[in-house]
Design a protein around this ligand. Structure first.
Ligand SMILES: [Cu+2]
Length: 508
């Protein structure tokens, strides 16, 4: 029997047992998870792209909102002191319907934290999520693991924790923050807990007149009554794509721009499990930055950019047209799929840009943005073989995602790395799906990709914290850990991470 038919057979088994969560609890020794509704689960198993009983469309076309900023309570230069409170919040997304989300400080996209390289950060985190531990993981920031919101350092429901760290020099970039507790990362994030964390450079290489806009892309699925839909079996296996893609918490909002003008967009994929292949139609992008900040030089003429979950892109677009509307589109991308329920591919518009007003001249970008030294010869090699394991037992099906044959165990150290050593990490993906692999607390460089025996050097040297490893692909990256302690590495399809695709590296 080939693997695909086995998987479909396994899904059919689940549909009859109607208790996916119970099986998941068995696989992971989990308790206290909300049970997945038997009826909605059964519907999903029917293979529908968008389950019935959900809100099919949300209002579009409101002006793009600026993201709220987290206030700095300190007046001391070089210090940022703030408070983030995670709590249930009621909002209206579908007309006349109440949606209870989890929010940082009451906002669907958490407030934007904007600080400078070298700043000292103190953020007090209050967890008001009933009955669940949480943490704040500062995604991409090169900071000590004890301050990085790992699952080993939970913040109990009802308690407060102070995170403190210093942003190193030369680390300007588009980072973000989201929960990372054991067992509840996927749910807390899809319910609304995530926000941007921008580190500004001491010296900006870009023209001062270049206007910038942050596009924080998330997704949401709503039941008919307005409540956020729980994860289905399809979501757990493939990663939650969400029925509605939101930009800054809005469905297809509208941005005004002058004809001929240039705009810098910092674009985040903050969805749990949706791949975004982004295009501004006939307007090409100039790629200027990635997860870990600026590239060495701008890369013009980019027609579309693939952002796997957790990846970011920093681009400049020149709107060379006299007027009319330009749309940011999400183009089809085949990232693999397990079982039924594969969403139909669409070229959906995520953001509309109306060109009107006085024409402007586009900006001229510098030819150099920063220096990125290649990491050099590696002293050790680590191999990560990604895997998936599905098995059926008396209680239904167990689904696990694995690294080197093992599911995550917080008490186990999977790798040891020596501080300052350059290592090659070889990530091998023979599974049915792409997996975006994220290393906490540092930046790495992608060296090459290998598929069907063909090796291709990575064309752009960049600092990355998340790399997509496509199906049947091997990706080699160079890693140098500079900060001691135990860190996570994992698939950033958050459902896969929670079902086991995560490990611990101890930096000594
Ligand atoms: Cu994955």
């Amino acid at each position: 029997m080939n693997k695909r038919s086995f998987l479909l057979g396994g899904v059919a088994t689940i549909a009859t047992t109607g208790s996916v969560f119970a099986d998941r609890q068995m696989a992971q020794g989990m308790g206290g998870m909300p049970a997945m509704g038997g009826t909605s689960g059964s519907r999903d198993m029917g293979g529908m792209a968008k389950p019935s009983g959900r809100i099919a469309a949300l209002p579009e076309g409101a002006p793009l909102r600026d993201l709220p900023k987290l206030a700095n309570a300190s007046s001391t230069p070089g210090q940022f002191v703030g408070t983030l409170v995670a709590a249930p919040t009621k909002i209206e997304l579908a007309p006349g319907k109440v949606t209870e989300i989890l929010a940082y400080n009451g906002h669907l996209v958490g407030p934007m934290i904007e600080i400078d390289e070298g700043d000292q950060i103190k953020i007090s985190f209050e967890n008001r999520i009933a009955g669940q531990e949480s943490t704040i993981h500062w995604h991409g920031l090169p900071i000590p693991p004890q301050q990085d919101g790992n699952p080993m350092d939970p913040v109990a429901s009802g308690s407060t924790h102070l995170y403190g760290f210093t942003i190193p020099a030369e680390s300007a970039g588009p980072y973000w923050y989201h929960p990372h507790p054991h067992r509840n990362t996927a749910e807390q994030t899809y319910r609304g807990l995530a926000g941007p964390f921008i580190v500004r450079p001491r010296t900006n290489p870009l023209p001062a007149e270049l206007v910038e806009t942050t596009l924080f892309i998330s997704s949401i699925s709503l039941l008919e009554n307005g409540a956020i839909a729980p994860n289905t079996m399809v979501d757990w296996m493939n990663g939650r794509e969400g029925d509605h893609v939101l930009v800054n918490g809005q469905r297809n909002p509208v941005l005004q721009a002058a004809p001929g003008s240039s705009r810098r967009f910092r674009i985040y994929n903050a969805t749990n499990g949706r791949y975004l292949r982004l295009s501004f139609g006939g307007h090409t992008m100039t790629l200027i930055g990635s997860d870990g900040g600026f590239l060495a030089s701008p890369v013009p003429g980019v027609t579309d950019i693939l952002l796997a979950p957790a990846e970011r892109a920093d681009v400049v677009v020149d709107f060379r047209r006299a007027g009319g509307r330009v749309t940011l589109q999400d183009l089809p991308y085949d990232r693999g799929w397990m079982g039924p329920g594969k969403p139909a591919s669409t070229n959906r518009s995520l953001l509309s840009i109306d060109l009107s007003g006085q024409p402007q001249q586009p900006v001229t970008l510098p030819t150099r943005l920063r220096t990125i030294p290649p990491l050099g010869a590696s002293m050790a090699t680590k191999r990560l073989l990604l895997g998936e394991r599905m098995s059926t037992g008396p209680n239904g099906m167990t689904m696990e995602f694995l690294i080197n044959g093992r599911a995550f165990d917080m008490a186990r150290i999977d790798f040891t790395s020596r501080r300052g050593d350059v290592e090659t990490w070889e990530i091998v993906n023979p599974t049915d799906m792409d997996h975006p692999i994220h290393l906490h607390g540092m930046h790495f460089q992608i060296v090459e990709r290998e598929k069907n025996g063909q090796k291709a050097a990575e064309p752009i040297l960049a600092w990355k914290d998340t790399v997509n490893v496509a199906r049947n692909e091997t990706v080699r990256i160079k890693v140098r850990q500079d900060i001691p302690g135990r860190r996570m590495f994992h698939c950033h399809v958050l459902e896969h991470e929670e079902l086991g695709m995560m490990g611990v590296v101890d930096v000594i």
